[in-house]
Ligand binder design. Structure first.
Ligand SMILES: Cc1cc2nc3c(=O)[nH]c(=O)nc-3n(C[C@H](O)[C@H](O)[C@H](O)COP(=O)(O)OP(=O)(O)OC[C@H]3O[C@@H](n4cnc5c(N)ncnc54)[C@H](O)[C@@H]3O)c2cc1C
Length: 266
């Protein structure tokens, strides 16, 4: 089995503040963390590797400091880590990001062999678009299962997976041929503590660097210049007013509530 997990380093959202004058995020001094959904994606891939054998690769597109997030994934049990980093990617929107990651993944296939299972988080806690995973899956033209909550079965001989996903109406279990792409929910699994040998191995594992030097990329699909998304305006939505608290006997409360509801209908 070969699983490839797309991971992103993000600013710790709990510590990001907003500059209300400029409407921009204050990122200075905010620590960077592994996007929380990817920890669960790596956990699941490693669990499958422990059951079936094979290897787990992880890739991120980002600046050199993103190696920290890759190291974290190695410490969780991933075998290979790739950093796709190049000035040509600066300012990429989700279209350009998913293109660069697709080409990075193709390079990993060339180096490490075919991938059976692709994983990403359901969304990044900074960009929040949830578009990157689907964008990569579309380029590979493989089945996409979003909001994965349970990997019920993987059959590598018959080349299929049975997976449960969250929908607006509840849960849905689907069977897909593999290779397939999964974007994962945090409820997929519980994170476990890595055994000491994995931590030692992680510290000794080199991050493999990928760039436009060794990945075949169409520069006309990368970076700000080739990102069709334009940010027209950034603003903080007004805070909602707190609701009014009603007091009194049950009869009085019913009357008052009915009066409020009636005023909406008028
Ligand atoms: C015009 C424009 C310019 C931008 N310029 C920059 C910029 O200069 N620098 C910058 O950092 N961002 C920039 N961004 C933001 C950047 O496009 C997004 O952060 C990126 O495309 C991922 O989208 P997202 O954060 O919504 O992730 P989502 O689509 O919500 O992420 C879903 C999942 O995809 C995977 N994933 C997402 N991003 C990566 C990644 N980089 N590597 C590996 N896996 C990933 C993860 O598994 C993640 O959980 C820009 C956006 C726009 C619109």
């Amino acid at each position: 089995m070969h699983a490839l997990v797309f991971i992103k380093q993000v600013p710790d959202a709990s510590q990001v503040r907003v500059n209300y004058e400029t409407g921009t995020l204050i990122r200075e001094g905010v620590p960077a963390i592994l996007n929380p959904f990817e920890a669960h994606a790596v956990e699941e891939a490693v669990k499958l590797r422990e059951k079936f054998g094979g290897k787990v690769s992880v890739i991120t597109m980002g600046p050199p400091q993103a190696t920290q997030a890759l190291k974290e994934c190695l410490a969780m049990g991933a075998d290979k880590a790739f950093l796709l980093s190049d000035r040509a990617f600066a300012g990429s929107d989700t279209l350009a990001t998913s293109y660069a990651l697709y080409e990075g993944a193709r390079k990993i296939i060339e180096l490490e062999g075919e991938v059976d299972l692709y994983f990403a988080g359901k969304q990044a806690i900074d960009g929040d678009t949830a578009q990157t995973g689907p964008g990569i899956a579309t380029r590979f033209d493989i089945p996409l299962v979003t909001y994965l909550t349970k990997m019920d079965e993987v059959n590598f001989e018959k080349k299929y997976a049975v997976a449960t996903r969250l929908t607006e109406l509840g849960h849905e279990t689907v069977q897909v041929p593999i290779p397939a792409f999964f974007t994962v929910e945090e409820s997929l699994n519980e994170l476990s503590h890595a055994p000491l040998p994995w931590l030692i191995k992680a510290a000794q594992t080199e991050i493999i660097m990928l760039s436009s030097e060794n990945v075949e990329l169409d520069r006309n699909q990368c970076g700000l210049k080739h990102s069709p998304t334009m940010v027209k305006k950034a603003f903080t939505p007004e805070k909602r007013q707190r609701g009014e608290t009603l007091t009194g006997s049950l009869d009085e409360l019913i009357k008052e509530t009915a009066g409020h509801l009636a005023s909406f209908v008028k």
